[in-house]
Design a protein around this ligand. Structure first.
Ligand SMILES: [Fe+2]
Length: 192
């Protein structure tokens, strides 16, 4: 796809990254660019686009809707090859442990802190925790179709989480995993 100056603005006075101009996309231009894609964007494309997105939480306000019982997925925009959602989480709310069923998924944290835990399947059918990290506002995380993870708002009361997620193609066949299959990662012994 050809980049036009109407679609993007140069960020930071025209800095460079790997020899290229750093462009920042408005939310509208970001969605139009996805609409014009003639292929389902690959994971590295999606994460790069989300990293270069210039967006404030206020811009997605119409889609910021919470549920008191579980995190809520609010569809912002759909195209034949992708869907963009605003996900809203109260403290303590989490996804199931899941994969992405043939879709790639990229997430940008708009507000709050997302805690993402990744898992790998073991020979006995359990899932082993392989990593856990906190993603503050502005962070981008990408998940390939077979990547197994969960995301939680692990912050104290009063600290909501809002993320922008893009699935390509739209997520229709993700698998979820029972928490009984998840084995706790061995912890380092606590020092007294
Ligand atoms: Fe996911």
């Amino acid at each position: 796809m050809t980049l036009t100056i109407a679609d993007a603005t140069v960020r930071g006075g025209g800095g460079r990254r790997d020899g290229e101009l750093i462009m920042s996309w408005t939310l509208d231009a970001f969605l139009r660019r996805l609409d014009r894609c003639d292929h389902s964007p690959a994971l590295d494309e999606l994460t790069a686009m989300l990293e270069d997105l210039d967006v404030e939480p206020e811009e997605v306000r119409p889609y910021v809707r919470f549920d008191w019982h579980a995190y809520r997925r609010n569809i912002m925009h759909t195209g034949p090859l992708y869907e963009a959602l605003v996900l809203c989480w109260r403290p303590g709310q989490r996804t199931p442990v899941h994969d992405h069923g043939g879709s790639t998924c990229a997430m940008r944290v708009l507000k709050g802190v997302a805690t993402e835990t990744a898992y790998a399947p073991a020979d006995d059918g359990t899932l082993i925790e392989t990593s856990r990290r906190d993603l503050p506002a502005g962070s981008v995380s990408g998940a390939a179709d077979g990547f197994v993870h969960e995301v939680v708002n692990d912050q104290p009361p009063g600290f909501d989480l809002v993320t922008l997620d893009v699935h390509a193609p739209p997520l229709v066949a993700a698998n979820t995993y029972a928490r009984q299959r998840v084995a706790e990662r061995p912890r380092a012994p606590q020092l007294a």
